[in-house]
Design a protein around this ligand. Structure first.
Ligand code: 5AD
Ligand code: SF4
Length: 438
């Protein structure tokens, strides 16, 4: 007998775009009449919104499915695999795990239909990249957190040699200007004070404004700046080669654009950058940051790093450390190289042994931690605004973000969604403490 799930749970892995997609899947299932379950343990339908970027992330999916099929109470949920593993592995997934639905990142608006046709051992698969946009059929945004995500661009045409994104998310596509502005307004109406524009190459976004004029991300940001009730604008992730003059200028004169830039460099050595097909050099990256700092001296810089790319020598890795010294990041993400099937780097000579990668990652992370602590310490004595996002762990403590994306703890009776002014009084490796001014 076929059963229709009454409750659902979405679990997202990986990047912020998956978080955004997961929210929209939840809205979609709610619009279908399903209820959100407390958690994966008691849902009739579990949607695993997966990440394929590194092997470890991919393996998590299979261990999660295993766990879901061994519930203590003996019930078995319907399982849908969404996201980039679904796109990359398609039907193959069913060979390794008992799942009911496989749906790619460009087809998840069809989830309700897939859930209807699946079940009782039948597999429903949709990994199309359809011409019609999922955004045009997804239900409108209703209730959102004070800090909301908004996807404006998807996909990547850069083909860095280690990366699966161009294969899982497809070619670079920009959402239309008007659709983005409408969604931003809907988010603000639904309670958002801060919007983070998302894209795999968000700064490659291109469109036409209401007057038919070509605009880039900076033009879009300037229009969003005019939305009443919206206090903060952020964007991520950017590619160095798409950092236009206009976008750099926006950091100097758009008040709502927060002083934070996540600009991955991946490595500090030109031979490695070339082998990665990054199409920028160490110097061009550093010069770019100089230009951003010239218009916005307090900007917090963030990056992504890969250690142990095939062929990386000790001296080449040391160039990444000196680049970190030169930049002084406010935060950064770092990863051990993970060979991904189908990417050019996976078959390159000189794969670096795991223990060498471990050791390099440790050194890199301690350099970043040192700079992050120093950046946080320099915030002491500053007065700034904080957007309250949630309650802290201690009673009476609230947690929010500074303009520079630092987590700030404040003892106060402000509510979630309030924008408060604080004085920063203390700093730690990962957060700040502040007292309320008003
Ligand atoms: N191995 C390790 N890290 C990777 N990234 C992308 N592909 C890989 C890979 N194969 C990292 C990059 C990218 C971030 C999202 O993930 O640093 O910027
Ligand atoms: Fe991957 Fe490079 Fe595209 Fe980033 S720019 S998504 S690392 S291919």
């Amino acid at each position: 007998m076929k059963r229709t799930p009454a409750t659902f749970h979405v679990k997202s892995f990986g990047c912020q775009m998956n978080v955004y997609d997961g929210e929209r899947m939840a809205e979609l299932m709610t619009a279908e009449g399903m209820r959100a379950a407390e958690g994966a343990e008691d849902a009739d339908l579990v949607i695993l919104n997966t990440c394929h970027i590194r092997e470890k992330a991919t393996e998590k999916v299979y261990s999660d499915v295993g766990r879901l099929l061994k519930r203590e109470d003996g019930t078995k949920p319907m399982i849908a695999i969404a996201g980039c593993v679904a796109q990359a592995e398609g039907e193959e997934i069913a060979r390794r795990a008992k799942v009911d639905v496989v749906v790619g990142p460009q087809a998840y608006h069809r989830l309700p239909e897939l859930v209807r046709t699946a079940g009782e051992g039948r597999l429903a698969v949709d990994t199309d990249m359809p011409a019609e946009s999922k955004f045009s059929v997804l239900p409108a945004r209703r209730k959102v957190a004070p800090s909301a995500f908004l996807t404006v661009q998807e996909g990547c045409d850069k083909f860095c040699t280690y990366c699966v994104v161009p294969y899982t998310r497809g070619a670079e596509v920009s959402r239309p200007f008007a659709a983005i502005v409408d969604e931003a307004k809907a988010l603000v109406d639904a309670g958002a004070k801060e919007i983070t524009l998302l894209g795999q190459n968000v700064n490659a976004w291109a469109g036409e404004d209401d007057g038919g004029r070509a605009v880039g991300l900076d033009g879009l940001i300037r229009v969003l700046d005019g939305i009443e009730g919206l206090a903060r604008i952020r964007y991520t992730t950017s590619h160095p080669n798409d950092m236009s003059d206009g976008l750099i200028a926006a950091h100097g004169d758009v008040e709502k654009l927060m002083p934070f830039l996540h600009l991955p460099v991946q490595a500090g050595n030109d031979r490695i950058l070339k082998a990665m097909n990054r199409s920028h050099s160490r110097d061009s990256y550093l010069r770019l940051l100089d230009r951003v700092r010239a218009v916005r001296p307090d900007i917090a810089l963030s990056g992504d790093f890969i250690v142990g790319f095939p062929g990386e020598s000790e001296a080449e890795f040391a160039d990444t450390l000196t680049l970190i010294d030169a930049v002084g990041y406010a935060q950064a993400f770092s990863f051990k190289y993970s060979a991904r099937p189908g990417t050019p780097a996976a078959t390159m000579d000189g794969q670096v042994p795991a223990e060498v990668m471990d050791e390099r990652l440790q050194r890199l992370q301690s350099a970043i931690a040192r700079d992050q602590s120093a950046f946080n310490a320099r915030s002491i004595g500053q007065r700034c605004d904080v957007l309250i996002e949630r309650k802290g762990r201690r009673p009476g403590q609230m947690l929010g973000k500074s303009p520079w994306l630092q987590s700030v703890h404040i003892e106060c009776d402000a509510a979630v969604g309030d924008m408060v002014t604080v004085d920063i009084v203390d700093s730690g490796p990962l957060s700040l403490a502040a007292v309320l001014v008003r």
